[in-house]
Design a protein around this ligand. Sequence first.
Ligand code: OAD
Length: 237
Amino acid sequence: MNGGIVVLTGAGVSAESGVRTFRAADGLWEEHRIEDVATVEGFTRDPVLVHRFYNERRQTLATVQPNAAHQALANFEKNYTGDFLLVTQNIDDLHERAGSKRLIHMHGELLRMFCTQCMHNINITGDSSVEDTCVACGKRGGMRPDIVWFGEMPYQMSAIEQALMQCDLFVAIGTSGNVYPAAGFVQSARAIGARCVELNLEQSTTHHLFDEGRYGPATEEVEAFFSALLKTSSLTQ
Ligand code: OAD
């Protein structure tokens, strides 16, 4: 990577848009147990509930907008001449709506479904159900949300690892550091000598691995950090 930057975002970057974060003190995700709505076992047990759960999450996308943090990242990417990769754990589409292009949704996307029979992947904006038929193989009942559930492999890990192996700066934003492999990216970046910065409301569980932590709302910290970075990077070119 040339002046390579890898940014990892978590639920905290979308919090001020009105999307709820995951790790509330009660350990529930929108009033549901994670095992029920974010595992293959939960889906096998009660697919109707799981479709309804993600339909509700998908419907809320129409009510939220990208915030200043999403916009600051998209603006930085547009103006930065070095290598840049944004990796998000979020399943909302707020980064792309803000204009981010070099973006990996490592935990999947609310606006995608795939067929468990033939693996065909489709875009979706409305509701899904157990009755849906796959447009590719014609089989009914096998469509599921394209979300990486617990116990499944996140997407594009080799591209992410490759970017981390070549980056000079790694920035983690609004993520609690509880879910691996994303929580381990800081270790990969540190191992090759990259500067590691955490921007969060409070210290994450991996905060001690970062060279620097800045704590406050993402809409303020992300904007401040990346506009300053853009200024210094244009001075050094
Ligand atoms: P969490 O809910 O675990 O953590 C959210 C983090 O955002 C916390 O560290 C908060 O302090 C911080 N935060 C909250 N509001 C903020 C704000 N306004 N500005 C800045 N930071 C703020 O969410 P993640 O770490 O993203 O997986 O969770 C990781 C994964 O666990 C998710 O992708 C999801 C979940 O299970 C899947 O869906 C597969």
